[in-house]
Design a protein around this ligand. Structure first.
Ligand code: ATP
Ligand code: MG
Length: 199
């Protein structure tokens, strides 16, 4: 629902299609989802680096950075998690409109939240990348020591422990980060992008 009245959509003179032609590649969002420690940030950044190396417009939207700025008014209640994802979806859409391949690295644990983001994109622009990794392995990695804190009761509503993670049912790409190296995961995602003629 839009609160403001007396607002009109102003179409831009340069279109998304124009930008794609000028860039010589498509634009899309690679929406990474998975447990904390599954490897979303690691793989998203590795994908972005390789895109950059190949001269492709890219950008990473990552969890903590967004919570420092755009979403600093939001916490981790169900309502705030939903609003967090909604806003990131809208920002990602702007990047896709600008002609970039944007990667997002948020746990985004709720299926309906991710599906609502999918809805605002055109067909083929929203690429859900499920970073699939058993929680035991995520907890063993525990790069931010968050599982340790959650187990001690110092973090409430931690995904996978006392807040649910709803795995995607039909992700465009599933990356088994416990079985593949980061390089192999990047390769798998590049195969998808090439197969869909995005790059
Ligand atoms: N194949 C792999 N793919 C990705 N990460 C891996 C892999 N093997 C080991 N790792 C390690 O696992 C950790 C993943 O941490 P990362 O911060 O990327 O997770 P995350 O999903 O972004 O978590 P969070 O939701 O807390 O931000 C890193 O320390 C990384 O080096
Ligand atoms: Mg991360």
């Amino acid at each position: 629902m839009t609160k403001a009245t007396n607002i009109t959509w102003h179409a831009s003179t340069v279109s998304k299609a124009d930008r794609r032609v000028q860039n010589g590649h498509g634009s899309a969002v690679l929406w990474f989802t998975g447990l904390s420690g599954s490897g979303k940030s690691t793989i998203a950044n590795a994908v972005s680096s390789e895109l950059y190396r190949q001269g492709i417009n890219e950008y990473v939207l990552d969890g903590d950075n967004i919570r420092h700025g755009l979403n600093k008014d939001l916490g981790f209640s169900d309502h705030d998690r939903t609003e967090n994802i909604r806003r990131i979806g809208e920002v990602a859409k702007l990047f896709v409109d600008s002609g970039a391949i944007v990667t997002t690295a948020f746990i985004s644990p709720f299926r309906t939240d991710r599906d609502q983001v999918r809805e605002i994109f055109e067909e083929g622009e929203f690429i859900e990348v499920f970073v699939d990794c058993p929680i035991e392995e995520c907890e063993r990695r525990d790069p931010k020591q968050l599982y340790a804190k959650a187990r001690r009761g110092e973090i409430k509503d931690f995904t996978g422990i006392d807040s649910p993670y709803e795995a995607p049912e039909h992700p465009e790409v599933t990356v088994r980060s416990d079985l593949l190296t980061v390089e192999q995961a990047v390769e798998q995602i590049f195969e998808y992008l090439k197969d869909k003629n995005i790059i």
